[in-house]
Design a protein around this ligand. Structure first.
Ligand SMILES: CC(C)(COP(=O)(O)OP(=O)(O)OC[C@H]1O[C@@H](n2cnc3c(N)ncnc32)[C@H](O)[C@@H]1OP(=O)(O)O)[C@@H](O)C(=O)NCCC(=O)NCCS
Length: 239
């Protein structure tokens, strides 16, 4: 549902909600939300100084509600979870979103009429998980990771992980889709450079858009959607 006027966030309620969930005030800042154009994705980063505790599922849902109601100009919606746990708000008629949290950072991506997925991680979080590549990634990905210097392998693993998870979250099935059913090409430095292939039910690899970003120092993130290019606008909340 497109708002007739630029959407605004009820800051007082967002602050109250934030305090209820143990956060400090001013999570979304004190300005009107910028208008969300049809070809735009707003990528909100909430955290670092603003979130003093790791967002809990209930807390991130409350913050998500405040943000969505700011865009939609209404509180009359329910955030539902589909069979795989992806949150959706059908009553908002085309307002699409996804979120990811890691430690004290939460990102929420919002757009119109375009399913999307976002994932953030810290290299530290998965540093002991690099061996998982052998088991869960494709053979080519595991080989590319194994060829890297140990010093860069963990970071490359996490970058690749965020790309995969963002796509799986855009599809909506999450990890149950199968991490090896999409394959990325890595360059010699371990940078993810291309979605090489994906299981047919998720469309053509060339139709997928991947937007990598650094939510804040020490974190990596990826935003994914299947469709035409969109402008990604980064909107850091007050830290
Ligand atoms: C979604 C999933 C990839 C989460 O990964 P993670 O790195 O641990 O967590 P993130 O912080 O990046 O993402 C969690 C958020 O993704 C969203 N999410 C949950 N399931 C999702 C899905 N299937 N697709 C897209 N987004 C999903 C939620 O908003 C969740 O946060 P919230 O619970 O606070 O609202 C993983 O839990 C998964 O694969 N879930 C699906 C499990 C499934 O298929 N269950 C079937 C029913 S039993």
């Amino acid at each position: 549902m497109a708002a007739a006027t630029p959407p605004t966030l009820d800051v007082a309620r967002a602050d109250a909600c934030s305090r209820r969930n143990g956060h400090t005030a001013g999570i979304f800042g004190r300005h009107a939300l910028p208008p969300l154009a049809q070809d735009e994705i707003h990528l909100w980063r909430l955290g670092v100084g603003a979130l003093e505790v790791r967002p809990q599922p209930q807390g991130s849902t409350a913050l998500l509600r405040e943000l969505l109601s700011g865009y939609a100009g209404t509180d009359a919606f329910v955030i539902e979870r589909d069979a795989h746990g992806k949150p959706r708000a059908p009553a908002l008629g085309g307002l699409e979103f996804n979120l990811s949290h890691c430690r004290n950072v939460l990102v929420i991506a919002v757009t119109r009429e375009q399913s999307l997925g976002v994932d953030i991680e810290t290299p530290q979080r998965r540093v002991r998980s690099a061996a998982l590549a052998q088991r869960f990634f494709t053979r080519a990905e595991a080989t590319a990771l194994a060829a890297l210097d140990e010093a860069v392998r963990a970071a490359a693993f996490v970058r690749l992980w965020t790309h995969k998870e963002a796509v799986l979250k855009a599809i909506g099935s999450g990890l149950s889709f199968g991490l090896a059913r999409l394959e990325f090409r890595l360059d010699a430095a371990g940078e993810v450079c291309l979605l090489e292939s994906i299981a047919a039910e998720a469309g053509l690899a060339k139709d997928w858009r991947l937007h990598r970003f650094e939510p804040c120092p020490g974190f990596v993130g990826c935003l994914a959607w299947r469709g035409p290019p969109r402008r990604v606008r980064h909107l850091p909340a007050v830290d």
